[in-house]
Write a protein that binds this ligand. Structure first.
Ligand SMILES: [Zn+2]
Length: 210
């Protein structure tokens, strides 16, 4: 089953994505991770990306789409995937809809107040970029589950910057939510719930689809 995960920073997309990936046995793919991975490669595309990102430029749709399509074409995606961080625009959603049939779009709603509270508490791995909330074992240990890297507070998580990112998210994403609601694939959940309870609700809703 091809699934999308949509939600503001702090809504628990990463955590729910990992839980779903384990239970459905399909990969959890984050466009942010894809981008970071790509930048470590030595290909013409990676070089182009590095130049753009290092100069603070926006990465054009076609580069992102190329990268996403490559990833979705890998053998582990044959039974489906959980994609997070893409699409971000209606144009990208239409493009993705042509390339793959999306069966479910999971929206995690979170108020700006709750998102701010969670973001200020979380820490990020300095080497692989994964983030952890205070509930995670890795958070207490101070080292990353995935690569053993050190966890630190993100330097760009200042109140003003976070508020700006959240506002941008709502502005960009609202139309996407409406788009998928119209296609009758949207499943919307309150992201402020406790992790396992929320996961149970998502898993139940997905069962009804198959
Ligand atoms: Zn790490």
């Amino acid at each position: 089953m091809n699934i999308l995960l949509i939600g503001p920073q702090g809504s628990g997309k990463g955590t729910q994505g990992e839980l779903l990936s384990q239970s459905l046995q399909i990969p959890h793919i984050s466009s942010g991770d894809l981008l970071r991975e790509e930048m470590t490669k030595h290909t013409p595309r990676a070089r182009k990306l590095k130049t753009l990102v290092n100069n603070g430029k926006l990465v054009p749709d076609v580069l992102i789409e190329d990268m996403v399509l490559d990833r979705l074409g890998k053998v582990d995606c044959r039974k489906g995937f959980i994609l997070e961080g893409f699409p971000r625009t209606i144009a990208q959603a239409e493009w993705l809809g042509d390339a793959r049939t999306i069966r479910a779009v999971i929206e995690l709603r979170l108020s700006t107040r709750d998102a701010l509270r969670r973001i200020f508490l979380r820490k990020q791995c300095v080497s692989c970029g994964h983030t952890f909330g205070p509930g995670a074992v890795a958070y207490k240990k101070g080292s990353c589950d995935h690569c053993g890297g050190k966890l630190e507070k993100r330097a760009d998580d200042t109140p003003a910057a976070v508020k700006k990112r959240l506002a941008l998210y709502h502005e960009k994403t609202e139309p996407l939510i409406a788009y998928y609601r119209k296609q009758k694939v949207l499943l919307s959940f309150d992201g402020a719930q406790e992790i396992q309870g929320l996961f149970g609700k998502i898993a139940n809703a997905l069962k009804k689809i198959n």
